[in-house]
Design a protein around this ligand. Structure first.
Ligand code: ADP
Ligand code: ADP
Ligand code: MG
Length: 657
């Protein structure tokens, strides 16, 4: 390789884990890096990792990460020769690519022309049809009247999927099962598309039953393209990926050849340069078939889930992007690429799975991952998950010689992950990885929704967990102090009050002279737990005590779904700490709708209001059964994070059971 021709400095026009990941590859290649950041990201991990950093402006993307002019000025001021866009933000914006090139800078990615040709789903499908790539049957024409679209839906045959041609991130999409529902679904999809993309043009597609999302990583040098095999991203929630893996379970060599062949054809048809992904929808009802997959769209950028491809091929895709952007040819030929083993990625988010996946914010008081995983993250312990951006904490990637081994490693890795300070989807992910159908490779995009209840219900702390939290509350978690004489070194019996999931529990901790403790619920119901120290740690009724974190009065226990407990100090009412009496806005946003009124009796989990924030709608649900005492906001109102929205009346007597 002609090292001398590579860039000496690049600017990364992004934030979070992807900015960090690009910086790491650049550094390994001896290339200096420039980070850009918004005001709230001044101390962010990507800024700390880069050699230099330039401030762009306010927290809002249009004041910072979307300001192409400011990014170009930063590149020129720092002497960077090229700009890596990461994903999201400006990565698929052809006008930005042209502005960069006009300024004499190199865009590390495809040409503006290639991005444009794939930017609108309808035009991309037409282009792919010409190139002989199978596309999802449907209508992607210019005539947009409701009557025409409805007639096309009839012709295609229900169920159909309405899709925004400018769509992305699973938005502006509606499945329609019957003609009677068409009109309403179209209006909803158009409204969402208008709001999100400023373009409400729709295409109509056959809704593929038992759908599997299988995509092919391609890489081109502007003339030739190779593929780096497929990824299966069928585990989705609301059309957004949750877990991705490579290779796809149940993929035969015959189907792989057909799919990767079509993908390479697609990339070469547009003279593609750099990393891209061809997304296919496959009919999984009878396993993957060579005649059972169809082109959905092309993402002309590095994909969030690219690490699983790197894991099975040994290729550093960012290094390839940089080399090809610098004018080098494809680093290797198709014949040099092979699949080794299996890899799985899980997206760890600050979101509350038990509350309808409500995005969360907070300071990561604890953040630690076990060895043996690849962890791509943009945050460190102590960092804030701010309401301004995507609440992703990390991507956790495990690999192994077989799918079973990779899944077992991912499960163990998630179990060993410790995160406190914000609610996360960690426990949900661990359950999902262990889910029977997924383990068996029987995946489709409806799997999560079908098993939502079992996957999302927050566990209740058992007697041992409560006992352990009580010990932590009393600072008894370390090795017991050696006994000196017969002085009583601790009070014999102490009472600890803990709040957990809206309930208050009182526990008596009896400390014996031999250093052991017995922890019993004060109300006499429930089992007594014996805690004994054994060489390297506490055992609770013989079981090793789990990892934990304490922040003030808040105690978190690890080892699967993190269990949160609040220590109630004497004199403090249990009520406030038990939580749930006031529903707060989890982030700044717009109150879209309120579904309740003062005096109404509501049930735990009932949807009370919708908050629109971070470009998504979040349902705010009742944390427990109760009566609405007061509505503290109005529909259409703008609220700050932490604003009180709805107050529930104190729990009624009798629901303490
Ligand atoms: P990928 O297709 O690479 O797996 P996703 O489907 O998760 O990525 O997201 C599609 C694009 O939308 C990505 O470029 C991602 O950065 C962007 N995106 C995802 N979530 C958000 C969000 N909450 N706000 C803005 N952009 C987002
Ligand atoms: P986006 O740009 O939002 O990523 P896509 O066209 O890639 O939009 O579709 C997102 C997801 O929606 C897919 O991963 C798949 O789960 C589902 N989907 C898309 N098209 C179809 C279809 N024709 N039939 C069934 N599911 C589909
Ligand atoms: Mg897509």
């Amino acid at each position: 390789m002609a090292e001398g021709q590579l860039f000496t400095k690049i600017l990364i026009a992004n934030r979070g884990e992807i900015a960090c990941r690009v910086i790491e590859s650049a550094r390994a290649m001896g290339i200096a890096t420039v980070a850009v950041h918004s005001d709230v990201d001044a101390e962010a991990r990507h800024v700390a990792l880069a050699d230099e950093a330039v401030s762009l402006g306010g927290a809002r993307p249009d004041e910072s990460y979307l300001r192409g002019d400011a990014i170009i000025a930063a590149a020129r001021a720092t002497g960077a020769q090229a700009v890596h866009p990461g994903y999201g933000f400006l990565s698929e914006n052809p006008d930005f690519v042209e502005a960069l090139e006009d300024a004499g800078l190199v865009f590390i990615g495809p040409s503006a022309r290639a991005i444009r040709s794939m930017g609108l789903k309808g035009a991309a499908k037409a282009l792919m049809e010409e190139a002989g790539v199978p596309v999802v049957p449907g209508y992607h024409g210019a005539e947009q009247s409701e009557a025409h679209l409805a007639a096309e839906a009839e012709r295609i045959g229900y169920p159909v999927l309405l899709k925004a041609v400018a769509g992305g991130g699973g938005k502006g999409m509606r499945r329609v099962d019957a003609p009677a529902a068409f009109s309403e679904a179209l209006a909803a999809a158009k409204a969402e598309a208008k709001g999100a993309f400023g373009n409400d043009e729709m295409l109509v597609e056959k809704y593929i039953l038992s759908p599997r999302h299988v995509e092919v990583q391609v890489f081109g040098d502007g003339t030739r393209a190779v593929h780096l095999f497929e990824r299966d991203c069928s585990l989705q929630r609301r059309h957004q990926k949750v877990i991705e893996e490579a290779p796809a379970p149940g993929m035969s060599e015959e189907v792989r050849a057909a799919m990767t062949g079509a993908a390479v054809r697609a990339a070469e048809a547009i003279g593609y340069k750099g990393a891209g992904t061809i997304e296919f929808i496959a009919d999984g009802s009878e396993g993957l078939r060579a005649d059972g997959f169809w082109f959905m769209e092309m993402n002309t950028r590095l994909q969030v889930e690219h690490p699983v491809t790197e894991a099975i091929t040994g290729v550093d895709l960012v290094e390839w992007q940089i080399r090809v952007a610098a004018g080098e040819p494809l680093p290797c030929a198709q014949a040099d690429l092979a699949i080794r083993g299996h890899a799985v990625e899980a997206r760890l988010y600050a979101e509350d799975a038990a509350a309808g996946f409500l995005p969360a914010t907070g300071r990561l008081d604890r953040l630690a991952f076990p060895d043996g995983l690849r962890v791509d993250t943009g945050v460190r312990e102590g960092d804030e998950i701010s309401p301004h951006y995507d609440p992703m904490i990390a991507k956790v990637i495990a690999q192994g010689p077989t799918r079973d081994v990779a899944l077992a490693r991912l499960k163990a890795g998630l179990r060993g992950t410790e995160v406190a300070g914000s609610v996360t989807n960690l426990g949900f992910l661990e359950r999902l990885v262990a889910q029977e159908d997924f383990r068996a490779g029987e995946v489709d995009t409806g799997l999560i929704e079908r098993h939502q209840a079992a996957l999302c219900e927050a566990p209740v702390a058992d007697a041992a967990a409560l006992a352990w939290a009580a010990m932590i509350a009393l600072d008894l978690e370390g090795a017991p102090a050696p006994r000196r004489g017969f002085t009583l070194w601790a009070p014999l019996r102490r009472i600890v009050t803990l709040a957990h999931q809206g309930e208050t529990v009182e526990l008596a901790v009896e400390s014996r002279d031999d250093g052991s403790h017995v922890i019993t619920p004060v109300d006499g119901e429930g089992t007594a737990i014996e805690a004994r120290w054994q060489a390297d740690g506490w055992r609770l009724d013989g079981q090793r005590a789990p990892g934990w974190h304490r922040e003030g009065q808040r105690i978190t226990l690890f080892g699967g779904w993190p269990l949160e407990m609040e220590l109630i100090l004497p004199g403090q009412g249990g009520e406030a700490a038990a939580g749930g009496d006031v529903i707060l806005a989890p982030m700044p946003g717009l109150v879209r709708a309120i579904f309740t009124r003062a005096g109404e009796t509501v049930a735990a989990g009932q949807r009370l209001a919708i908050l629109e924030a971070m470009k998504m709608e979040h349902a705010l649900v009742a944390p427990r059964d109760g009566i609405v005492a007061e509505i503290l906001t109005t529909e259409g109102g703008q609220v700050d994070a932490g604003a009180a929205l709805i107050r529930l009346e104190a729990a009624e007597a009798g629901d303490a059971a």
